[in-house]
Design a protein around this ligand. Sequence first.
Ligand code: ATP
Length: 274
Amino acid sequence: MTSPVPQNHPVPAALQPPRGPVPNAPALSIRGLAKSFGGRIAVNGISLDVPAGSFYGLVGPNGAGKTTTLSMATGLLRPDYGQVAVHGVDVWAQPLQAKRLMGILPDGVRLFDRLTGGQLVTYAGLLRGMDRQTVAARVADLLRALDLAKDAGTLVVDYSAGMTKKIALAAAQTHAPRLLVLDEPYEAVDPVSAANIRDILHDYVSSGGTVIVSSHVMDLVQRMCDHVAVIAQGNVLAAGAVDEVRGGASLEDRFVELVGGRNQTEGLEWLRTS
Ligand SMILES: Nc1ncnc2c1ncn2[C@@H]1O[C@H](COP(=O)(O)OP(=O)(O)OP(=O)(O)O)[C@@H](O)[C@H]1O
């Protein structure tokens, strides 16, 4: 005797057959994402849609929850609650399919810095299952575009902070992802390299890719991004097209207005020299 098959019984997401990207789905869809550390809320049920083909800025004061949100969105940190999908693919139920679609530049994550820059980017490509010939060609292209070709044979541990940022960016791009998630990509990067990175990212977006960047530099986000979300204390304060969010003011002024927290300098009289 067979046991009755329950009608309309949902199949757990982890047991469903792998699903590819869903046409017209947002590049990144976040629903009710939450995380606490030791009872302290870092991300408080954030929901956001990042349209495919957008250049999306994520801004917020120190400790707002940007890195925590991006880490959960990219499968690096398990959320307490909430769902994340990349082009319709659930990041936590189908991590392999989702991660194929993403290139990630995490903030503060250690690289294999005893490899040379060239080896590190090659390793990133091989890890993605690409053949050696394609990897070699892409590594050469990326190192040239990021002005690191002459440093390809130097150990990453001997790179400056900005060079390290650039080599990590190259490693995130070898498999030609559809979504790039970049946590503070311009930190410590010189202005010429920053302009080169901006050009690469703009070309990438023009050809249909999506970029999410977190940054503290409002002027840069205003010039570079078409969409922005302002988060503070783990909540989204405003999100949408940059021009809508800033509403005629500069993004910086709007940010300060939304976030508040300008401190007076009283109490630091001892620091004044006259
Ligand atoms: N691993 C952790 N353990 C404990 N608390 C953490 C951890 N990671 C983050 N937090 C806390 O969560 C909050 C959000 O931190 P998060 O790094 O996401 O902020 P952020 O917006 O990226 O900040 P910043 O702009 O300074 O990089 C902070 O209060 C931080 O102290």
